[in-house]
Design a binder for this molecule. Structure first.
Ligand code: DHB
Ligand code: FE
Length: 281
């Protein structure tokens, strides 16, 4: 039997990766303290595979070719060269059986995923792995990447992303093999990297989002993309990927950890960890 055991929402800011590569001392200590405690909880879950919902930042895709949704179905995913060399992190092992089961389930359910049988993954996917697992020689889990376009308008809505998550959750539940699966929604929190509002941070919005993603995700699905950009900034709209994660979980969940730190670069970094095994956990 396969089940989605846990959901995690986490920023993928490159500087967050750098902060989490350390030992908790030095200038990044405050960030490390807030985000590293989740590692022990994740280790205890003994996950086989994590589905990482992320956006590509012109590394594997570009404005010339940018799927609204794509799924990796490769044996492995190498860290992408983002212009200054690839991040020094392990190559992620794929989970072909789960990828193809998701493809066979989620596309007939009405979500036309592009299928990527070769995919280099950038900080959008690798920084969250560093937050969750530190700096091992090999990632301790297999990975299924799911890419979402949050760059080229029109991007998929919060509601559409939540519904995709629902379809992913149902698909995992019908996987014929045994698998302990986690799902990670990446990006955010509030930030804008360019233009007149560069440096925009909306802490009130972020903290309400961190609270409601656990128990009131329906409120968050009511945001239009325009609302999200106004409140959270042009790149803060990456938060729709947290709604894919939340959609894959049930109604009966427990929030086990949150972290929030401003600034990391000129950006708000957030983390939420949600247990999907029912209230008794
Ligand atoms: C930063 C944030 C991002 O989401 C990203 O993709 C790149 C950089 C930042 O805050 O520096
Ligand atoms: Fe980003």
């Amino acid at each position: 039997m396969a089940e989605v055991i846990a959901g995690i929402g986490v920023s993928h800011i490159p500087a967050l990766g750098v902060a989490m590569e350390g030992d908790g001392s030095g200038p990044a200590a405050a960030v490390f303290e807030k985000f590293a405690p989740v590692r022990e909880w994740v280790r205890g879950l003994e996950l086989d595979t994590v589905i990482v919902v992320y956006n590509d930042h012109a590394s594997a895709f570009s404005l010339e070719l940018l799927p609204t949704f794509a799924i990796g179905a490769a044996e492995s995913y190498a860290p992408a060269d983002e212009g200054y060399g690839a991040r020094n992190v392990p190559v992620a092992r794929g989970d072909g059986d789960l990828s193809w089961h998701l493809i066979d389930s989620v596309i007939p359910a009405g979500f036309d995923l592009a299928v990527a049988q070769k995919l280099d993954v950038d900080h959008g996917l690798t920084v969250p792995l560093t937050v969750l697992f530190g700096t091992p020689d090999e990632w301790p889990v297999k990975v299924v990447p799911i890419e979402v376009n949050v760059v080229q308008q029109p991007t998929p809505s919060a509601q559409r992303c939540f519904d995709l998550g629902r379809a992913i959750g149902r698909a995992v539940a019908s996987f014929p093999g045994d698998a302990r699966v986690g799902i990670v929604g990446t990006g955010g929190m509030s930030h804008q990297l360019q233009g007149k509002r560069a440096g925009h941070i909306n802490t009130e919005f972020d903290l309400a989002f961190l609270a409601d993603i656990v128990d009131k995700p329906q409120r968050l699905t009511e945001y239009s993309n325009r609302d999200l950009i106004r409140e959270a900034g042009s790149e803060g709209a990456e938060l729709v990927m947290w709604l894919v994660m939340r959609g894959a979980l049930g109604d009966d969940v427990t929030g086990v950890h949150t972290g929030y730190h401003v600034p990391v670069s000129n950006t708000a970094a957030g983390l939420v960890a949600i247990d999907n095994r029912g209230r008794e956990q």
